[in-house]
Design a protein around this ligand. Structure first.
Ligand SMILES: [Zn+2]
Length: 173
């Protein structure tokens, strides 16, 4: 199965919002398969279409037990607060502590075109919020302000100069 190069910060495709998926056909299913391969290869636990240069509204994820694709996802409920040190496959080497809702409910289509409602708590909820951000052209840097943002940008520039290491993508999204 083919893998895609993962687009990194600075690539304009990461800042563009996506279009809804219209046809879940054979071509789309192969695209999803290749995204799973790309995500496992990275390795990461979530991957959104823009991260491989595809302007369509879907993402794949697997936090260890249940690989899934969510198509045209919509957040329908989010409650609580949870702080987590996020990493992003498109910003390798940088982690940012971000506070977001803890429990997240998403409506989407599955690969058969059926409507599904999925609930994510803590890490899974974080995957949903991070990947849906990607679908809206929003990156981790946009979720922090002031000194935290400056520190994250400094870390990114230092990493860019030093080059990637193998641990950079552990548990990234
Ligand atoms: Zn990401």
């Amino acid at each position: 199965m083919a893998t895609y190069p993962i687009r990194v910060f600075g690539d304009p495709v990461l800042k563009r919002p996506t279009r809804e998926v219209v046809d879940i056909d054979g071509t789309f299913v192969r695209l999803v398969d290749s995204m799973f391969t790309t995500m496992y290869d990275a390795p990461g636990v979530g991957l959104a279409a823009p991260q491989v240069g595809v302007q369509q509204r879907f993402f794949v994820y697997d936090i260890g037990d249940d690989p899934k694709v969510l198509i045209n996802p919509k957040i329908v409920e989010q409650t609580g607060e949870w702080s987590y040190e996020e990493g992003c496959l498109s910003i390798p080497g940088v982690t940012i502590e971000i506070v977001r809702p803890k429990l997240v409910t998403v409506e989407a289509l599955d690969l058969d075109g059926n409507e599904v409602t999925v609930e994510g708590d803590e890490l899974l909820g974080r995957v949903f919020l991070h990947e849906i951000d990607h679908l809206d052209g929003v990156l981790m840097f946009d979720r922090v302000e002031g000194d935290a943002r400056k520190a994250a940008m400094r870390e990114w520039r230092a990493r860019e100069l030093a080059g990637p290491t193998s641990r950079d993508r552990d548990h990234a999204l």
